[in-house]
Design a protein around this ligand. Structure first.
Ligand code: ZN
Length: 481
């Protein structure tokens, strides 16, 4: 054996026996820090895994690699060690797995064929179906029907969120004709529920990694994963609100909308044009709305806040109290997040899109199923029901009879003339209508002007539009086809 090779082998042996066992024995650690330190920490540790926050206690919970912990220790930041490695706080036992979700959705569609229809909206990296349920009364023929979307589990470890979506399905289907409000909603609205945006990641949570967050995007045979809620094309990689490192929990993906799960949601939103949306996440007990980047102007922010307050009043937190969820944008409450579904839905389609982060720091991602599952979903009902109720009240409701493509822009006269529903997009402010010709936007009191354009008919008009009080009351604009 050559001398140099011998040295190299000794070196390899040395590294193997000393470095690798050390790494293997020290895994990620969970700590709490002062929430005010979060932004400071993000500067030095841009890829930290923020699990959630506890605003009443003023704490943020993080999961750090040994290297990150060493960096943290050198930064003179106070922290409290919560969990030693390899000691999961709770298991995901009891929570639904991907195949069980699909089975339950299909059963619901079969048992309530007058109300529910199963739709596969896409396939994942591992070819799992991404299932959705469309829920509306087929007996009632009020048209058009505005749509509301509820989606859960962009992030795999947030197992309680799927339970909330499944509870929405059960409540709507079982309470139709029993509960007058549910009957009214399903006669006049179309509700879409996607209980698991990220079934591949969730399978991994159940099989091997309780803290897996991303999908299972694979590179050179290794599962790396993309954070689906940093992969949307709107503002992708625009404000340091995601990572370009594969290992990061907020890895944004190689290109905007690179992931099939993201693409499935983009296609769904574009095809149904929902009036409003809730994306359920966990944990933190907060309600978020666009935009995810600091300094980015949301022209409809007052409206977002007023509707968030309605939900806030009805949601009950893990301590049993109502009205405690914090409201704000990601940079207001935490820090920048770019490429999120909220920003995409609002800017591209004018959706009143919210994120609700359920459960507290005490419960984390995997609350004990027996103790917390039913309690949590029951305590969330007031939130999504408040949204359906608000969508049913004051709104601009216009429907065009034409089959041609209609483009619109809505202005609110407020302190002079102000464009309200452009999503802040001055480059391409015109939006296309829903496939059924409906424009449905819950708005604040005020004077509104609709500017619409039908290219095939050469029509370009400004009209003043009233605010309708209820879902049966539409301004019909007849146009010849
Ligand atoms: Zn999440």
């Amino acid at each position: 054996m050559h001398y140099a090779l011998k040295i190299r082998l000794i070196l390899v042996f040395f590294l193997c026996t000393h470095v690798i066992p050390l790494n293997a024995s020290v895994g990620p650690q969970i700590i709490d820090i002062d929430v005010e330190q979060l932004r400071k920490l993000k500067l030095n540790l841009p890829n930290i895994d923020l699990l959630g926050v506890d605003f009443p206690a003023g704490l943020a919970r993080l999961r750090l690699s040994p290297q990150e912990l060493t960096t943290l220790q050198s930064m003179d930041v106070d922290y409290k060690l919560i969990q030693k490695p390899h000691q999961p706080m709770f298991a995901a036992q009891g929570y639904l797995k991907p195949d069980e979700v699909i089975q339950k959705l299909n059963e619901a569609a079969t048992q309530h064929s007058n109300l529910a229809e199963y739709k596969e909206i896409g396939r994942t990296t591992e070819n799992r179906p991404i299932g959705a349920l469309k829920i509306t009364s087929s007996a009632a023929h009020h048209t058009p029907k505005p749509r509301v979307l509820f989606n859960c589990m962009h992030h795999a470890r947030e197992v309680m969120t799927t339970e909330v979506c499944m509870d929405i399905v059960e409540q709507l289907l079982n309470q139709y004709t029993i509960h007058p409000e549910v009957t009214h909603w399903l006669n006049n609205l179309e509700v879409w529920v996607v209980p698991q945006v990220n079934p591949d990641g969730n399978a991994r949570v159940h099989q091997q990694d309780l803290y897996w967050r991303k999908n299972t995007w694979t590179r050179y045979g290794h599962v790396q994963g993309v954070d689906l809620n940093r992969n949307y094309p709107e503002g992708w990689n625009s404000c340091n609100g995601s990572s370009d490192l594969f290992i990061s929990q907020t890895y944004r993906g190689p290109t905007p909308a690179s992931e099939p799960e993201t693409q499935a949601m983009i296609d769904l939103v574009a095809s149904i044009k929902p009036t409003a949306n809730i994306s359920y996440h966990s944990f933190s007990e907060i309600i978020l709305f666009p935009y995810g980047c600091k300094g980015r102007h949301n022209p409809a922010k007052d409206l977002f806040i007023s509707i968030a307050e309605l939900m806030q009043q009805e949601i009950i937190d893990d301590k049993g109290q109502a009205g405690t969820y914090r409201l704000g944008t990601a940079p207001e409450l935490l820090y920048n997040a770019d490429g999120t579904d909220l920003d995409f839905q609002f800017k591209a389609h004018h959706v009143l899109a919210y994120t609700i982060e359920i459960n507290s720091r005490d419960n984390g991602f995997h609350p004990n199923y027996q103790q917390w599952r039913d309690l949590t979903v029951r305590r969330q009902r007031g939130g999504w029901q408040a949204l359906l109720e608000r969508v049913s009240k004051e709104a601009i409701r216009v429907v065009f009879t034409t089959r041609s493509r209609v483009y619109y822009r809505l202005y609110q006269q407020k302190r002079g003339v102000q464009v309200l529903w452009d999503g802040g997009n001055t480059q391409a402010p015109y939006q296309t209508l829903a496939p059924d010709g409906a424009l449905h936007l819950p708005v604040e009191q005020g004077n509104y002007t609709l500017n619409y354009y039908i290219p095939t008919q050469g029509i370009y008009k400004f009209i003043s539009v009233p605010i309708s009080k209820n879902l049966e009351d539409w301004l019909v604009i007849h146009t010849n086809d």
